[in-house]
Design a protein around this ligand. Structure first.
Ligand SMILES: C[S@@+](CC[C@H](N)C(=O)[O-])C[C@H]1O[C@@H](n2cnc3c(N)ncnc32)[C@H](O)[C@@H]1O
Length: 222
């Protein structure tokens, strides 16, 4: 199934095998279908809060992937309430990857607030791709001791997306403004950086907004 550049990039960032991949906020399940095809996990979990979406996904899975060697499961639930414990039969070795993409950064923070205490007892990595509020999300993740495995900037339909691959076990620090994703010889990257700085400069016009240090951090990248 054809997916856009953003989801393609997320798929490419899944570079090893996991026992469980959780495609959270999966919508029509496109990413999960591609991950099933790529055979990168023993079980792919499709998670969304809207029941009708999961009915359709289950029909597609039954039509195309019934009897396949890997398993799949659909879960109609709030992505903040993933049953990680239930799917960690061997907690010392079972590897999970939780993917959350295509939702606002503030909702993503709320979901991570619920997930992190549960995930702390297991081997869990995250791939996160918010719409907006990247700085706020990164700051939250830094405060919660997540380390960087990889990060990427991707452009699709005139929009820019930051994709983060994170693990509590990684010793590589995450930066609030991004680090290894930047290629400032690329005009698209430069344009995104300038737009981000201008966005915070507009916010700074409000005397109650304390964003000077954020602007400085982005300007230092230049
Ligand atoms: C725009 S789609 C994102 C689809 C796909 N992940 C992507 O990146 O293209 C957002 C999806 O998030 C789901 N969603 C919103 N809040 C949720 C929550 N708390 N738990 C699970 N799914 C949620 C919506 O039902 C919707 O299908």
């Amino acid at each position: 199934m054809k997916i856009g550049r953003r989801l393609q990039q997320i798929e490419q960032m899944v570079e090893k095998q996991y026992d469980h991949i959780w495609d959270c906020c999966c919508d029509h399940g496109l990413l999960g279908f591609n991950l099933l095809k790529a055979q990168v996990a023993q079980t792919i979990h499709f998670v969304d809060i809207v029941p009708d979406l999961l009915v359709q996904i289950e029909k597609t899975l039954q039509r195309h992937w019934l009897g396949a060697e890997q398993t799949w499961l659909v879960h109609c639930l709030d992505a903040g309430k993933l049953p990680i414990r239930q799917f960690s039969i061997k907690p010392e070795t079972d590897k999970h990857l939780i993917i959350i993409a295509g939702i606002g950064g503030e909702l993503l923070i709320e979901l991570m607030q619920s997930l992190l205490p549960v995930c702390a007892n297991y081997h869990v990595e995250f791939i996160l791709c918010p719409v907006h509020h990247n700085y706020k999300l990164r700051q939250f993740l830094i405060d919660n001791q997540l380390g960087l495995l990889n990060e990427c900037l991707v452009f699709e339909n005139s929009r820019s997306y930051e994709i983060l691959h994170l693990s509590p076990a990684s010793s590589q620090p995450l930066s609030a403004v991004g680090s290894i994703m930047w290629d400032l010889t690329d005009p698209l990257h430069l344009n995104y950086l300038d737009k981000t700085i201008k966005h915070y400069q507009r916010i700074a016009k409000n005397p109650n907004a304390h964003v000077k240090s954020i602007i400085n951090q982005y300007q230092q990248l230049r």
